[in-house]
Design a protein around this ligand. Structure first.
Ligand code: ZN
Ligand code: ZN
Ligand code: FE
Length: 762
């Protein structure tokens, strides 16, 4: 190769632990390239020697067809002095700087492994732990970095010589696959009854029995990737009702699983984007519209959108191999709103009264995660929950900066660490109301810190004085860290600015359940002008009392009365005035535990109650979801009459909640249907959002609008506001990699904290 040319390639992105080096090795062999490939602190480094044409093809193929689980952010090429290579080598990693090492996310079974799983001639036929470089568990089995077998829960399993050979062969699909295993040497699947007695350890038999159990209406706990899932026959009313009863979960929709897109398509509307996401290696749950009734209406009571995912573990595929028409409920294995259970012992203890049988295996789940959830609206996918499959893929930040730990918020909780230009967001931890959720949050926080060796000197948190996440920040401050508290809705807006890389000032519309305001009241319908350090509150809905405070948001009828009373006094013209209602009026009159709020989420709750759609709810946003459902039906006949909510003059502008309530009551009493009234209510809120954005543009000349907040998971509201803003030619910015809900807060807190630190330095 004396006449060859020498180049050096540096590849950055998700390129470690995803089979990148063997891929480069194979491509090098293909084109007769000599040289070497290795991992280093910044990614993958390649030295390559060959003739110009071969080198071109080599680079072209690396660029064009990288391994499925990788994500190439950049490839830089430089000429190098000639060197003597007698072949192409995968070099041992340089002393890997732990600070930049990354852990790959869990990934769905790949097509090649699936084919082997189904092939009676393959040595892994029917083996539920089949995996390769391109698929399988990663994040969920990691104890430490670097990501090597000794640092995972595969450590207990010594590879047999055949597996060992695969592991050591750069031309094999299982080269350096840390969880590589086979029936002779790997983890085992077991079926137990609820008391822990083993019934079978034959995976094929277990799959057949599971399908039988489901058909008999039984409830099955299945240890999945990030924790236990509870399964039952989704077509059986009695099974689904029984699962709801045992779980203590009357309303919150269950996710379901079908064996194929074709099967799911028989009862759900699946668009191109949904299909692509359903089949992606992240395999999230997609919320899709029901078009034919197949599954029990108790799967998602009163809702027309159902969350469905396709199988992602070998065992799930085996179930649908037994019966391809099967449709199963697959919901997180937990009790009520507690976090997902992922340890065997805890599963038998706490799910023993829920599940009839348990399918487990003798490998620990090190990091729990729930299934991720997305929905598609206006041709764009949005996260409702970012967890399995996506965590811990780092988010690329707009700029470099100091290390920061952000505690996030107490609902839909997720914390984050920032280092350099990336932020690692934790999995979805859920609502931090219970001691066990708090303990899990602490454990996970410690674990992330240890694994990544994060040593931040700054902690960012919400301003809510009662949040668990604020208390955590207080504890870290007591240990000497610099604490920066960020207002809830400011964090919402800045999270999107950070993700979409927006600089300067924007108009931010934050519509959500509740966030602690700078005036100590409960905000939640905020029009801000914000940059990364500051915000100005330019408009909000008028305040109303929340009888019983934040903890009483389950009794939405009380909110309905509070809204009516704020407009009409004690003689309101709709809703029954029973003994309880009179008591609520007294509580409001005497201001006993009645914090003031202007939250759009609570307005939705109250209006749902006024319209008789919900009285008491079992889950946050339940009333709002049912109101949206009614409105979607009403949208078929409702013709907008151009009514606009009155607003006070000047800034900050106050939008009249009383007038909005009066509008709802008037329409309803004049004989409009509940559905049309619900639709008119949505239209009024979307209308004022667009009008207010215009007012602010008129004042400040800003044209960029950012939307954030859990209320945008309301499809109708999101659709109407996007249409309205587009019509007025605003530049609209929406979150793509983080949720609208409070799962985004940690990222916003990081961005605000970093900017404040930079300012302090100057
Ligand atoms: Zn595979
Ligand atoms: Zn083996
Ligand atoms: Fe929020």
């Amino acid at each position: 190769m004396k006449n060859g040319q020498n180049i050096r390639l540096r590849i950055t992105g998700i390129v470690q632990g995803v089979g990148f080096r063997p891929f480069v090795y194979r491509v090098a062999l293909k084109y007769g390239i000599t040289g070497s490939v290795r991992n280093d602190t910044r990614g993958v480094l390649v030295h390559a020697q060959g003739d110009t044409a071969s080198l071109d093809s080599f680079v072209e193929e690396i660029r064009g067809a990288p391994p499925p689980l990788s994500r190439v952010d950049s490839i830089s090429i430089e000429d190098e002095l000639p060197a003597d290579y007698d072949g192409f080598y995968i070099e041992k990693s340089e002393e890997l700087d732990e600070r930049s090492a990354i852990i790959p996310p869990d990934s769905a079974l790949c097509a090649e492994c699936l084919a082997e799983l189904k092939d009676p001639a393959d040595r892994r036929y029917g083996y539920p732990f089949i995996t390769c470089t391109n698929c399988g568990p990663r994040f969920s089995i990691v104890r430490d970095i670097p990501y090597d077998r000794e640092n995972t829960s595969m450590k207990l399993f010594t590879m047999c010589h055949i597996c060992g050979r695969e592991y050591g062969d750069p031309l094999d699909r299982r080269f350096h696959t840390q969880p590589n295993a086979c029936p002779a040497c790997g983890p085992r699947l077991e079926l137990h009854d609820a008391r822990g007695t083993m019934l079978s350890a034959d995976p094929m038999e277990i799959a057949r029995m599971t399908v039988e159990y489901a058909r008999e209406g039984r409830i099955i706990a299945i240890k999945s990737v990030g924790g236990f899932l509870l399964a039952c026959d989704a077509e059986s009313d009695s099974a689904v009702i029984e699962l709801r009863r045992r779980k203590g979960r009357p309303f919150k929709p269950f996710a379901i699983m079908a064996g194929s897109v074709e099967r799911a398509e028989s009862f759900l509307e699946i668009g191109n984007i949904e299909e692509r996401l359903l089949l992606s290696h992240e395999r999230p749950i997609l919320l899709m519209k029901e078009k034919a009734s197949l599954v029990s209406r108790h799967v998602a009571p009163g809702l027309s959108y159902i969350g469905l995912m396709l199988p992602y573990t070998p065992f799930q595929h085996m179930l649908f191999g037994v019966d391809r028409y099967l449709v199963l409920v697959m919901t997180s294995g937990n009790v009520a709103d507690e976090p997902i259970i992922y340890r065997d012992r805890q599963a038998f203890e706490e799910l023993g009264n829920i599940a009839d049988v348990f399918i487990t295996y003798n490998r620990d789940i090190e990091q729990f995660s729930d299934d991720s959830v997305l929905f598609v609206e206006k041709g764009m996918p949005f996260f409702a929950r970012r967890s399995r499959g996506y965590v811990p893929v780092p988010l690329l930040l707009a700029a470099d900066g100091p290390e920061v730990f952000a505690t996030g918020g107490d609902l839909k909780s997720s914390f984050a660490f920032a280092r350099g230009r990336s932020a690692v967001m934790s999995q979805f931890i859920g609502d931090l109301e219970s001691p066990s959720a708090n303990a899990l949050y602490r454990a996970e926080m410690r674990r992330f810190g240890e694994i990544y060796r994060f040593e931040p000197r700054t902690v960012a948190c919400d301003r809510h004085p009662g949040y668990f996440t604020s208390a955590i920040a207080g504890e870290l401050e007591a240990l000497g860290m610099h604490r920066i508290a960020v207002q809830h809705h400011h964090a919402h807006i800045v999270s999107v600015m950070e993700e979409r890389n927006l600089a300067g000032r924007v108009i931010g519309i934050a519509f959500d359940g509740t966030g602690y305001g700078t005036d100590g009241r409960l905000w939640g319908a905020e029009f801000l002008v914000a940059d990364r350090t500051e915000f100005e509150r330019l408009a909000h809905f008028s305040y109303f009392p929340l009888p019983g405070g934040e903890s009483a948001i389950r009794d939405v009828w009380k909110i309905g009365i509070a809204l009516l009373r704020a407009r009409y006094g004690d003689d309101y013209p709709i809703m029954r005035r029973g003994k309880e209602a009179v008591m609520v009026c007294e509580v409001i009159e005497k201001k006993i535990n009645c914090p003031e709020t202007c939250s759009i989420g609570r307005i939705f709750d109250g209006v749902a109650a006024i319209l008789g759609i919900a009285k008491s709810v079992s889950a946050e946003a339940e009333a709002a979801m049912l109101l949206e459902e009614a409105a979607l039906r009403g949208a078929e006949t409702w013709i907008d009459d151009g009514w606009v909510i009155p607003v006070s003059a000047g800034f900050p502008a106050v939008i009249s909640t009383e007038s909005l309530v009066e509008r709802v009551v008037t329409l309803r009493l004049s004989g409009r249907s509940v559905e049309e009234t619900a639709c008119a209510f949505h239209a009024a809120i979307a209308g004022i959002a667009v009008a207010m954005a215009e007012n602010i543009r008129g004042k400040d000349g800003l044209n960029d609008v950012v939307l954030s907040g859990g209320a945008f998971q309301n499809r109708l509201l999101l659709r109407l506001i996007i249409d309205g803003l587009r019509e007025k030619r605003f530049d609209i910015h929406l979150p793509e990699k983080i949720p609208f809900n409070d799962g985004c807060l940690a990222l916003g807190q990081i961005a605000v904290a970093r900017e404040i630190i930079q300012h302090e330095k100057r």
